[in-house]
Design a protein around this ligand. Structure first.
Ligand SMILES: Nc1ncnc2c1ncn2[C@@H]1O[C@H](COP(=O)(O)OS(=O)(=O)O)[C@@H](OP(=O)(O)O)[C@H]1O
Ligand SMILES: Nc1ncnc2c1ncn2[C@@H]1O[C@H](COP(=O)(O)OP(=O)(O)O)[C@@H](O)[C@H]1O
Length: 207
């Protein structure tokens, strides 16, 4: 019996089917691929391309996309520092459950603050949090501006926009960095290939 946060008199319930059993069934190892970067850096593109590539290899993945989760689970949250922290905390907890279920959980969120990403890393089993940094220049993201949000932010119509008037703290020790080569962004398939290569090397694509 213990107390956790505001909950008192709570118990941990164990079931007979464990993570190892599920991984055996799925022929893969559960993990979290956490994609961080500026708006427009290609997070969702990588998440969906990676999801498709894993599916084509009969590997079960699931995408947790920041924008999408803000339509449901996180619709009570805005973009203040506190709300972004709570957003990342919740998604980290959900991602942990998916990884425990044996899935390759692909989380794609700006997740601008280093300490929040590090907290997510801290709740996952050793080596199973794979941080992918979309290291794209702000100028490229702003030039892409697929939703017109940078334009609104520059015009002062959106306050606290990441990269404009709200900070983005790049990872110091990420597992994978996606960046331009000679000023050219790798294709979506090449970006996904980089992540698949890592998952393959580290043994996540086998039980
Ligand atoms: N102020 C501000 N700053 C940054 N982004 C904003 C903002 N307001 C709305 N949006 C839109 O919300 C998407 C980011 O949501 P996230 O949950 O990933 O953000 S965060 O991790 O909590 O910072 C982000 O999606 P992406 O462009 O896919 O990154 C935007 O579409
Ligand atoms: N590797 C890439 N090469 C060329 N264009 C890309 C690439 N990745 C993303 N894009 C384009 O950039 C824009 C932003 O990508 P998106 O995945 O929505 O970014 P984010 O989820 O980080 O906001 C989209 O128009 C997308 O088609």
């Amino acid at each position: 019996m213990s107390a956790v946060g505001k909950s008192t008199n709570i118990f941990w319930q164990e079931c007979s089917v464990g993570k190892l059993d599920r991984q055996k069934l799925l022929k893969q190892k559960g993990c979290v691929v956490w994609i961080t970067g500026l708006s427009g850096s290609g997070k969702s593109t990588l998440a969906c391309t990676l999801d498709q590539e894993l599916y084509s290899r009969s590997k079960l993945a699931y995408v947790l996309d920041g924008d999408n989760l803000r339509h449901g689970l996180n619709k009570d949250l805005g973009f203040s520092t506190e709300d972004r922290t709570e957003n990342i905390r919740r998604v980290g907890e959900v991602a942990k459950l998916f990884a425990d279920a044996g899935l390759i959980c692909i989380a794609s969120l700006i997740s601008p603050y280093r300490k929040d990403r590090d907290s997510c890393r801290g709740i996952l089993p050793e080596s199973s949090f794979i941080e992918v940094f979309m290291n794209m220049p702000l100028e490229l993201c702003e030039a892409r501006d697929p939703k017109g949000l940078y334009k609104l932010a520059r015009a002062g119509k959106i306050k606290g926009f990441t990269g404009i008037d709200d900070p983005y703290e790049p990872p110091l020790n990420c597992e994978i960095e996606i960046k331009q080569e000679n000023g050219v962004c790798p294709s979506p398939n090449a970006m996904a290939g980089q992540v698949v290569g890592y998952l393959e090397d580290k043994g996540f694509l086998h039980e």
